[in-house]
Write a protein that binds this ligand. Structure first.
Ligand code: SAM
Length: 472
């Protein structure tokens, strides 16, 4: 029985409810009055139910799709302005005991190079990341209780936060590790993590079990209920995602939104972010072996529908996507992107030798951070290295109330400009700096509150004179 308030995976992600939702969407997708009424509801910016959003995703009427795109763009502007938050993944270890069919880290893969960073290697990798200008990391690891126990992950987080190289600092560490216990989530919370990210991979239980034939990840309920345990352990910000390509995208989309509704119903706060990865080629992995790959157009439609369905939830795109695809979907609601990513264990400090491939997947965007930052600014976006909310304790529902109060423009906007100024001063090429300085002086005028504008200008001047780490 479907029950969003239940703590049982099969009740809050009910297969029958998803199947009914898909039939409902098929039945209603050509009823354009009904579609218009959903778009009108979305315009109120309070979100949509999984059923309503599924109708929009199924709708094939071109003019309605264009309206959804326009609305997604507008909602993005209203909630996130023109800011794009930057981050980089840091792979700690690719030792893994699971058998995930789509992932090169699976236990049976004997030709991938297995690596685990020592604390000394982490210092080198993080120093290299700081020297690029990164302030926010997402740490990644395979699941292996012997090689990557929680103590190892905690030690790595501690090391990462302790490294202060020149003006560099990692100010927020998000964590993408396998589902774990409430006790371990509490330890991660105490270590000062930002968001806990865990991709569901697929919400379809049967497919999930087939795709994860062996290892602890095989347990669908344990994996699907992980976010509830994370929240019980005190982590306010959790990040959802599915790996598009494994199952039918409309099924996954409905499941994703049901998961968001469940978190809201039980914990009073929805997911902080939603990631939209697609399966990529990797060592021992051919994405064509999965039947449900989606086109770039469908991918864009999914992003737009997520944006209008959960306006307060950030959306993340990684370097799995090419420059061209990123360009298209950033407009439609993406709020965070990675830049200059390496998916190998190590590789930031020195490129990994070809014969030692440890990468999780092939990246499609190989540009440097400087190039990505410049590209964003040339498109009119403000690359932001801000980590203020989490450091000011604005997590979970406190962050959501900031969003809902409309004060983001007086808070996130200046923080984006301050952190961009730090980036330009410490790391940018001359050309990027020149474009950025102009952008900052134009964008200062877009801070509505006069006092906030003056304080922001003052901080920017102080950064020029060597001070760092201001925030609103
Ligand atoms: N081991 C952890 C877990 O079980 O969730 C951490 C996950 S892994 C380091 C990060 C994510 O990469 C996975 O959740 C999966 O969605 C994604 N991934 C794995 N193989 C991939 C592939 N071939 N292409 C794209 N993404 C992939």
């Amino acid at each position: 029985m479907y029950n969003p308030k239940s703590l049982k995976a099969e009740e809050f992600i009910s297969h029958d409810e998803i199947m009914d939702t898909l039939s409902f969407a098929d039945e209603k997708k050509d009823d354009l009055d009904f579609v218009d009424s959903i778009i009108a509801k979305a315009r109120l910016r309070k979100g949509l139910t999984h059923r309503e959003a599924s109708v929009l995703l199924a709708c094939e009427d071109e003019s309605r799709i264009n309206e959804i795109y326009k609305l997604a763009e507008q909602i993005k502007k209203d909630f996130y302005g023109n800011r794009i938050v930057m981050f980089a993944p840091l792979y700690l270890s690719n030792y893994c005991v699971n058998g995930c069919l789509y992932c090169p880290y699976h236990l049976k893969n004997k030709h991938i190079a297995r690596k685990k960073l020592t604390q000394e290697e982490i210092v080198k990798e993080v120093t290299a990341l700081q020297d690029m200008g990164h302030k926010r990391l997402a740490i990644e690891a395979g699941e292996d209780p012997i090689n990557n126990p929680i103590e190892y992950i905690l030690e790595c987080i501690n090391t990462i936060y302790s490294i202060k190289h020149k003006n560099g600092a990692i100010r927020r560490v998000n964590v993408n590790i396998a589902a774990t216990t409430v006790e371990n989530y509490r330890k991660l919370k105490d270590a000062g993590i930002g968001t806990y990210i865990l991709f569901q991979e697929t919400y379809h239980k049967q497919s999930y079990e087939r795709l994860h034939p062996t290892g602890p990840k095989h347990n669908y309920a344990y994996h699907t209920e992980a976010m509830d345990r994370a929240m019980e352990g005190g982590i306010d910000d959790v990040g959802l995602g599915v790996l598009f390509g494994l199952e039918l995208y409309r099924y996954e989309f409905a499941g994703l939104l049901m998961h968001a509704e469940h978190l809201e119903a039980v914990h009073g706060v929805g997911p902080h972010t939603i990631s939209v990865p697609r399966v990529k080629r990797a060592d021992d992995i051919d994405p064509d072996e999965f039947d449900n790959g989606i086109s770039d157009d469908i991918f864009a439609k999914i992003c737009a529908c997520i944006r209008v369905a959960v306006p307060y939830t950030g959306m993340i795109i990684s370097t799995r996507e090419s420059k061209a695809v990123r360009e298209k979907v950033i407009r439609l609601g993406v709020s965070q992107i990675s830049g200059a990513s390496k998916t190998s264990v190590g590789g930031y400090c020195e490129p990994e030798p070809e014969e030692e491939n440890s990468a999780q997947f092939d990246v499609s965007d190989n540009r440097t951070l400087d190039e990505v930052v410049r590209w964003l600014m040339e498109m009119g976006y403000i690359p932001s290295f801000c980590t203020a909310c989490y450091r000011e304790g604005r997590t979970g529902d406190r962050f959501m109330s900031l969003c809902k109060s409309g004060q983001i423009q007086n808070c996130c906007h200046p923080n984006a400009l301050i952190t961009l100024k730090e980036y330009l001063t410490d790391y940018a090429s001359d050309k990027t700096r020149e474009i950025g300085e102009r952008l900052i002086s134009d964008e200062l005028q877009n801070i509505p509150n006069e006092k906030a504008r003056m304080v922001c200008s003052d901080y920017i001047e102080k950064i020029e004179h060597g001070a760092r780490d201001f925030r609103f």
